[in-house]
Design a protein around this ligand. Structure first.
Ligand SMILES: Nc1ncnc2c1ncn2[C@@H]1O[C@H](COP(=O)(O)OP(=O)(O)OP(=O)(O)O)[C@@H](O)[C@H]1O
Ligand SMILES: [Mg+2]
Length: 289
């Protein structure tokens, strides 16, 4: 168990409960490093992805500049599956998504989608040709543009601007809440609506794989549920493959087919979302229980 001095109000921690009851990031990292001895094998990871893994990361070493953040990291996700990465702050979760999307320096290893090696593609190529879209952790709407213009921006890589407009109309058909606000500047949207716009902007390119970084961050509970409903619909109705990072580990694991626990740039645990939810180490370290 963590030292008492590591616990207390004001420390950023984990779980849905009040911060007072939660362990600090440093303590979580130390504890989680201890369980790394049971790190999953490649075979375990393949097994979790089902018959036919769709997006595969093999033995990735990647980081920023010369700094290596991910050490020998592998990931397998089946087509139409949802996978959630959890782990302490600074573990490298966002760096996994950045690497898939082409924002990091890849020192070794491979990333493939379907039977295509996408390791060296630029972000634009990933979006245009490999069907991968990335929804940023940071607030990324253009505040002075209207809702509609923000959606059109999602199609900036399309050859024909009319296609982006058609895609925007499909979004408006689906999300009435955005349709009602299409001529409003994005800055007037509520936090939840803004997140809805960020997600739908990524849909304009009709990606097969959605990379979603912390969809619930900074949202009130009722909007968190709304955002997860949208993602659930994209998964269940449209068969999107979703790789998500979620600080709210319970929500993320409940949502996902597969969960990975990342600590200090290494995978320490992987399992079915439900198995991880029931795992005592995960409960103690990430679910505040
Ligand atoms: N653009 C960057 N340039 C240099 N270092 C970076 C960059 N982005 C992240 N890092 C470093 O990489 C490490 C992993 O960061 P990352 O953002 O992947 O962690 P994370 O698990 O997503 O954390 P959090 O839960 O806080 O979002 C950290 O030490 C961070 O400082
Ligand atoms: Mg992050």
């Amino acid at each position: 168990m963590a030292d008492k001095k590591d616990q207390g109000a004001g420390i950023k921690g984990y779980g849905g409960d009040s911060v007072d009851t939660v362990i600090s990031v440093d303590a979580v990292t130390r504890e989680a490093e201890k369980i790394a001895s049971e790190a999953p094998s490649e075979e375990d990871l393949r097994g979790l992805a089902g018959e036919d893994p769709f997006l595969v990361i093999k033995n990735l070493r990647a980081g920023y500049g010369r700094m290596e953040i991910l050490h020998d990291f592998s990931l397998y996700v089946g087509k139409g599956q949802t996978l959630c990465l959890i782990g302490p702050n600074g573990a490298g979760k966002s760096t996994v998504l950045h690497s898939i999307f082409g924002f990091t320096n890849i020192m070794d290893g491979h990333i493939s989608v379907g039977d295509r090696d996408v390791t060296a593609l630029s972000s634009n190529e990933k979006l245009m040709h490999a069907g991968i879209a990335y929804i940023l952790q940071d607030n990324s709407v253009f505040p002075d543009m209207t809702v509609e213009e923000n959606l059109w921006m999602g199609g900036f890589l399309k050859d024909d601007p009319a296609e982006a407009k058609q895609a925007a109309e499909r979004v408006f058909d689906k999300y009435k809440r955005l349709a009602e606000r299409r001529h409003h500047p994005a800055r007037v949207l509520s936090g939840g609506e803004r997140r809805m716009l960020e997600i739908s902007r990524a849909l304009v390119m009709d990606p097969e794989v959605l990379l979603v970084d912390e969809p619930s961050i900074g949202l009130e509970p009722r909007y968190i549920d709304m955002v997860f409903e949208i993602l659930k619909d994209l998964h269940e109705t449209e068969g999107k493959t979703i790789i998500m990072v979620e600080q709210n580990a319970r929500k993320g694991l409940e949502f996902s087919d597969v969960g990975y626990v990342l600590v200090s740039g290494q995978l320490v645990k992987a399992g079915d979302g439900d198995d991880l939810l029931a795992d005592p180490d995960v409960g103690r370290l990430f679910l505040g229980g």
